[in-house]
Design a protein around this ligand. Structure first.
Ligand SMILES: Nc1nc2c(ncn2[C@@H]2O[C@H](COP(=O)(O)OP(=O)(O)OP(=O)(O)O)[C@@H](O)[C@H]2O)c(=O)[nH]1
Length: 301
């Protein structure tokens, strides 16, 4: 908050502003000076003792609107959100300036009622729409960031972060973890090039992902390793599912009559075992699958 106030009050920031920000800020500044000077010179002063309470509250209202207006000028909102918020707060501030001044002078009826209310009401309406647009803008940024944080760039399936978050947040217990690793992936890269390696990763991820439905999660954990989360403890079901994965991998053609194979390590959560421990056991099972000749599933007992 203090940092924002300092940023807003720094006159050098005005120099760095875009032309639209400068125009809006200048309109508010010139209007405030011109309207206040004109009113104080040409409208008769209040005969009764000034209403200090009314003046103070009106002045605070005005300062809040001006502060919000300056905040909008310093923020990086989308074009529409910025235009509506700026125009709305500008009009709102213009109406409030008349409200402050009428504690000091006797304003004609057209200023104190029509002018003031018209500006304030239209300002509120425009600001509300600007706020709506701002919220939509924030939501779209949030969605975009969420995707960037949870989707793997290359394969477009969920990434390691999403996998751990999902497995930790879902309360189904016990669950089953799969660690799926492509066999001899290094030799695919070495024999056919890195691009072919990437293509295989994408194809495998796309095909496997389509088998993980509902609350089942499939993610790329890193390199040529993928994770599976199945909210079930039915090992017959798991065995059937992992065999489908093994068969599906074998349909992926690499080159020169060579087809892909994967090895899978499986672990079922025991009692209230933590996710890291289940992952570790699935990894041990994967190691056994590799040792026993690859292209197979091993279940950690
Ligand atoms: N093309 C490509 N290769 C990757 C990517 N990430 C990791 N790799 C490669 O994956 C290979 C993994 O090799 P290893 O860990 O030796 O595993 P492997 O050759 O599959 O051997 P096993 O797992 O024992 O069957 C390394 O050569 C990495 O460079 C990627 O995003 N794209």
């Amino acid at each position: 908050m203090i940092k924002t106030i300092k940023q807003i009050l720094n006159p050098f920031n005005f120099v760095k502003m875009g032309w639209l920000n400068k125009i809006f800020t200048l309109i508010l500044l010139v209007y405030t000076i011109a309207f206040s000077t004109y009113s104080l010179i040409y409208f008769p002063p209040l005969q009764v003792q000034s209403n200090l309470y009314g003046f103070t509250t009106d002045f605070i209202n005005l300062m809040v609107i001006v502060f919000l207006f300056l905040m909008v000028q310093c923020s990086g909102l989308s074009k529409l959100a910025y235009l509506f918020s700026s125009a709305g707060l500008l009009f709102w501030a213009m109406g409030n300036i008349a409200d402050v001044i009428d504690e000091l002078v006797v304003q004609p009826y057209w200023v104190s009622v029509y002018f003031e209310d018209l500006f304030r009401t239209s300002g509120m309406l425009l600001t509300s729409y600007g706020l709506f647009k701002t919220m939509r803008f924030m939501q779209s940024i949030h969605n975009k960031l969420f995707l960037e944080l949870t989707i793997d760039d290359l394969t477009k399936v969920s990434n390691r972060r999403y996998f751990y978050q999902h497995a930790k947040n879902i309360s189904v217990s016990p669950y089953t973890i799969l660690i799926i690793d492509i066999d001899h992936f290094k030799s695919i890269n070495d024999d056919f090039g890195h691009d072919m390696g990437d293509k295989i990763l994408k194809e495998l991820a796309g095909k496997f992902n389509s088998l993980f439905l509902d609350q089942n999660v499939f993610s790329r954990l890193g390199g040529e390793e993928f994770g599976g989360y199945l909210p079930t403890s039915n090992m017959a079901e798991v065995a059937n599912f992992t065999q489908q994965l093994i068969s599906l991998a074998q349909t992926i053609h690499i080159k020169n009559n060579r087809f892909l194979t994967v090895s899978i390590g499986v672990a079922l959560q025991k009692n209230d075992e933590l996710l890291d421990q289940v992952m570790k056991r699935a990894d041990l099972a994967l190691y056994t699958a590799k040792k026993n000749g690859r292209n197979r599933v091993e279940i950690h007992s």
